[in-house]
Design a protein around this ligand. Structure first.
Ligand code: HPA
Ligand code: ZN
Length: 335
């Protein structure tokens, strides 16, 4: 497929990538051994075979179980540098990396150990791999808002290392408005704001309305159900608010990749981007996600793939200098 080759060489920006979701089975075994942790599964294949998610909660169960092997700053460094190496091979130039501090501090791992390991990998990737990045700290929405607020305060000494905050984990029964005050404070501290509005969640349109009108986020993660409400579509087009869509992830937690919706929203002028979410669990990094977009609709061509890659530059929180350089790089590649 000609588009496959085009995708491979295309310079890419990734905006929806949970670093804990890049934990591949081989690293899981290595860290379990180093930290003296007994794993439920005995082989890498057994681990992979156990991934049979049908919805968000069944995925999250495996995701949280997996990250128990992450204990030290060194572990977080290895997790992240392995991801950056893979990203570099797929021509990823810039990434905004989600991390879930509460999933670690709740197990007794310190905030400092988490962020210092990630930070070390970021500096190395920037210098040696040509992949620059920024961190987005996500709050777990199935915990109380008070825990999120305490985590926000705990992050403040590291503010220079974090560009924004997000909201992830189980959305059922945990609407955005539960975190209104936390996000207000985060904005006051200088963080940019994004929130997950996962696909096909009960009350999805009301959740999208809350993140846009009440919380006033700068971006939405997933959010493709917005197609059901023309007024909200108009709102994101007008305010140039991007959606970080994850086609392969969608196939695991809903009925399809939702690529037909991406095509529809793209036609309506929404700034759609393509991302991998939790590639070690869903079986596809950003290159495979772009391929999935090309496979699942006859309407996708080089021009649309280029537009999607450029949308990610526009709605990213990268410094202007990086944005300009990346745009020039894509223009040169396409020519
Ligand atoms: N949605 C909600 N929580 C998550 C996700 C997601 O896509 N990935 C990791 N945690
Ligand atoms: Zn996600």
């Amino acid at each position: 497929m000609a588009l496959k080759e085009f995708i491979a060489g295309l310079p890419k920006v990734e905006l929806h990538l949970h670093i804990e979701g890049t934990l591949e089975p081989d690293l899981k075994f290595k860290l379990a051994k180093r930290n003296g942790i007994e794993l439920k599964h005995k082989t890498e294949q057994e681990v992979r075979d156990s991934y049979s998610f049908t919805d968000l909660p069944s995925f999250l169960e495996a995701y949280y179980e997996g990250m128990n092997v992450l204990q030290t700053s060194e572990d977080f460094y290895e997790l992240a540098i392995e991801y950056f190496r893979r990203a570099a091979k797929q021509n990823v130039r810039y990434v905004e990396v989600f991390f879930d501090p509460q999933a670690h501090t709740a197990r007794g791992v310190s905030f400092h150990d988490v962020i210092s390991g990630l930070r070390r990998a970021q500096l190395e990737a920037d210098q040696n791999l040509g992949v620059s990045s920024q961190l987005i700290m996500c709050f777990l929405r199935d915990f109380q808002a008070e825990f999120a607020m305490a985590t926000l305060l705990e992050s403040l000494p590291y503010k220079e290392w974090i560009v924004g905050v997000g909201l992830d984990s189980d959305e059922n029964g945990n609407p955005p408005e539960k975190f209104t005050q936390v996000f207000e404070r985060a904005r006051a501290e200088g963080y940019l704001l994004t929130m997950h509005c996962d696909v096909d969640i009960p009350g999805s349109i009301e959740h999208i309305r809350q993140v846009l009108e009440d919380i006033r986020v700068d971006r939405i993660d997933h959010g493709t159900n917005i197609v059901e409400n023309p007024e909200l579509v108009q709102y994101v087009v007008k305010h140039r608010i991007g959606l970080t869509s994850c086609p392969i992830s969608n196939t695991w937690v809903s009925d399809t990749s939702k690529v037909e919706l991406l095509v529809e929203l793209d036609k309506q002028g929404v700034l759609i981007t393509v991302n991998s979410d939790d590639p070690a669990y869903f079986g596809g990094y950003i290159g495979e996600c772009f391929e999935r977009v090309a496979e699942d609709s006859d309407e996708v061509d080089e021009a649309m793939l280029t537009r999607l890659a450029k949308n990610a530059i526009e709605v990213s929180w990268a410094p202007q200098g990086i944005k300009n350089r990346l745009r020039e790089e894509i223009d040169k590649y396409v020519k």
